[in-house]
Design a protein around this ligand. Structure first.
Ligand SMILES: [Zn+2]
Ligand SMILES: [Zn+2]
Length: 178
C-alpha cells in the first residue's frame, strides 16, 4: 500500500503509481488559488485558497476519489448586497477511469494524470448557499429608492410599488422573501 502525499500544480494529480495496482492508495493534499469560477453566474471572490485533502484508491482499475475541500468566499448579501464572507465546505466523491475500463459513472482520463479542476468546480458551486445574509435581521434595500435601510430609513411609502424600479430590483436580485 502506498500512502504518499503529493503536491499538485493546476489540480492535476499524477496517478502512475496507482495504475495497474489494485488496492493501491495515494493521499492527496494541496491548496490552490482560484481567482474565479468559470460558468458560475454570480461573482465569487475567493478570500483564501481552495484546500483539498483526501485519498485516491484503485478499486479494480477504477480510481476512487474521496476528499474534503474548504475555502472562504465573498458573496453579496441577498437583501442589501453588502459583501459577506462565507465558509464553503464540500465533499468530493468521484470515480475516474482510463480508456481501458468502462464505467458509466466515472470520469475518463488518459495518460498518468487525473485533472480535478472540473469536479472541484462543480462540487464547490453546489456547496455555495443560494441565499446569504449579512446579518439575520438585515433590513435590505428600499424597493422604491434603493436606500440601504440598515443605514437609515428613507421614509418612502412602500405600499405603492413604482414599476420604474422593477428593472433595478431585477438587477439587484432583491428578494423580499429572504
Ligand atoms: Zn444585508
Ligand atoms: Zn426609499
Amino acid at each position: 500500500m502506498l500512502g504518499t502525499t503529493i503536491g499538485v500544480i493546476d489540480m492535476e494529480i499524477p496517478v502512475s503509481q496507482l495504475l495497474g495496482r489494485n488496492g493501491a492508495t495515494q493521499g492527496i493534499s494541496f491548496s490552490e488559488d482560484w481567482k474565479e469560477i468559470a460558468g458560475y453566474p454570480d461573482v465569487v471572490v475567493f478570500l483564501e485558497p481552495v484546500k483539498i485533502e483526501g485519498i485516491l484508491t484503485n478499486e479494480n482499475g477504477i480510481l476512487m476519489l474521496e476528499a474534503e475541500g474548504h475555502t472562504m468566499v465573498e458573496l453579496p448579501c441577498s437583501r442589501c448586497l453588502r459583501p459577506v464572507s462565507v465558509k464553503i465546505d464540500f465533499k468530493l466523491k468521484e470515480k475516474f477511469t482510463n480508456a481501458g475500463i468502462f464505467n458509466e459513472e466515472a470520469e475518463t482520463f488518459s495518460g498518468d494524470y487525473i485533472n480535478l479542476t472540473d469536479v472541484i468546480r462543480r462540487t464547490m458551486i453546489a456547496a455555495m448557499p443560494i441565499k446569504v445574509l449579512c446579518k439575520e435581521d438585515c433590513k435590505g434595500l428600499c424597493s422604491k429608492c434603493g436606500q440601504d435601510l440598515n443605514q437609515k430609513e428613507c421614509g418612502c411609502d412602500t405600499t405603492y410599488f413604482d414599476p420604474r424600479f422593477e428593472g433595478l430590483r431585477a438587477l439587484f436580485k432583491v428578494d423580499e422573501e429572504v
